[in-house]
Design a protein around this ligand. Structure first.
Ligand code: FAD
Ligand code: FES
Length: 281
């Protein structure tokens, strides 16, 4: 049973198994729900999020970065921006945090199966999309082409850089990485904004392609233009978007846009949704 079905506001104690920096202001957290049975039965979909809390500091929503195909451990990729994240950064391995969820709709993985998957991520957008990427790779026979386009400002700010560079070795993944500028002098991949990677992908079959996008707000306009140029139907372009959230379960109204609660109806939306509700981006 999901923790949220027992009491939606009750955080479950979870232990930090591993934590290390991914970039100067982003840390990777691998956590396990303290009670082993609950840890193993925690079910979620790629694209869902959890509310993570630190005693005395509060709680905030974070995308689950691990894949549901590897149960037991949950992974998060967290940027230090305020009260909760600062408290999280001060914790050590073995410390306890609170966790409730999973929340949100997540990606419609069943619909995507049997199709080509084009993942476009920028910056911290890697956090939710890594989950779906690893899911596709763990279930490789259920998907056709899997293409990853990942952009960062510079190599030292590329989240999961080593992991994605290693993925380039795989023959069943088309993995293209780019940075706006090279601050290391050692970057061997593409240089340019993430949209410059579109020229590297050939023979897209738009009717049978789902594109999954997440990145900083400025990225969407340009990436969406490229996806439309490729003729990918707007209901097959999926975006995971952030709003300020408090309860995560459709009770407080903090995340509402008109009649939509982004914590329940999102954070994954289609391009159609976004066209009809401009405030989403
Ligand atoms: C579905 C979802 C998934 C997310 N996934 C991730 C993730 O994977 N990794 C990640 O790092 N972050 C993620 N976030 C963002 C994260 O939840 C926020 O950055 C969160 O606010 C951090 O909490 P904090 O207490 O550290 O920061 P806060 O103290 O809340 O401050 C965060 C920023 O918001 C500003 N702010 C504070 N209050 C307000 C307000 N009322 N109105 C406007 N601005 C305000 C602050 O000045 C600061 O710049 C996600 C958010 C959502 C909704
Ligand atoms: S966060 Fe409370 S209703 Fe969505």
């Amino acid at each position: 049973m999901e923790i949220s079905q027992i009491n939606p506001f009750l955080p479950e104690p979870a232990r930090i198994v591993r934590m290390y920096p991914l970039t100067q202001d982003v840390k990777f957290f691998q956590v396990r729900i303290a009670e082993m049975e609950k840890a193993l039965s925690f079910k979620y979909r790629a694209g869902q999020f959890a509310m993570v809390s630190v005693l005395g500091a509060g709680e905030a929503p974070f995308s689950i970065s691990s894949t549901p195909s590897r149960p037991g451990l949950l992974e998060f990729c967290i940027r230090k921006v305020g009260v909760v994240t600062e408290a999280l950064f001060k914790l050590r391995e073995n410390d306890l945090i609170g966790l409730r969820g999973p929340y949100g709709n997540g990606f419609p993985v069943a619909k995507i199966q049997g199709k080509d998957v084009l993942i476009v991520m920028g910056g911290l957008g890697a956090a939710p999309l890594r989950s779906v990427l690893l899911y596709c790779l763990d279930n490789r026979d259920r998907f056709r082409r899997v293409i990853l386009l990942h952009g960062a400002k510079n190599p030292s700010e590329m989240i999961f850089r080593e992991e994605f560079l290693a993925l380039k070795e795989r023959e069943d993944l088309e993995c293209h990485l780019s940075v706006d500028r090279d601050d290391t002098g050692k970057w061997t991949e593409n240089i340019g904004v993430v949209t410059t990677l579109f020229e590297k992908i050939k023979d897209i079959d738009p009717e049978n392609t789902f594109s999954l996008v997440c990145g900083p707000p400025v990225m969407y306009k340009f990436v969406l233009k490229e996806l439309v140029k490729l003729n990918i139907p707007k209901d097959q372009i999926l975006m995971t978007l952030e709003r300020r959230m408090k309860c995560g379960v459709g009770k407080c109204g903090h995340c509402a846009i008109d009649y939509i609660y982004t914590c329940l109806d999102g954070p994954v939306f289609t391009y159609w949704d976004v066209i009809h509700m401009r405030e989403l981006i």
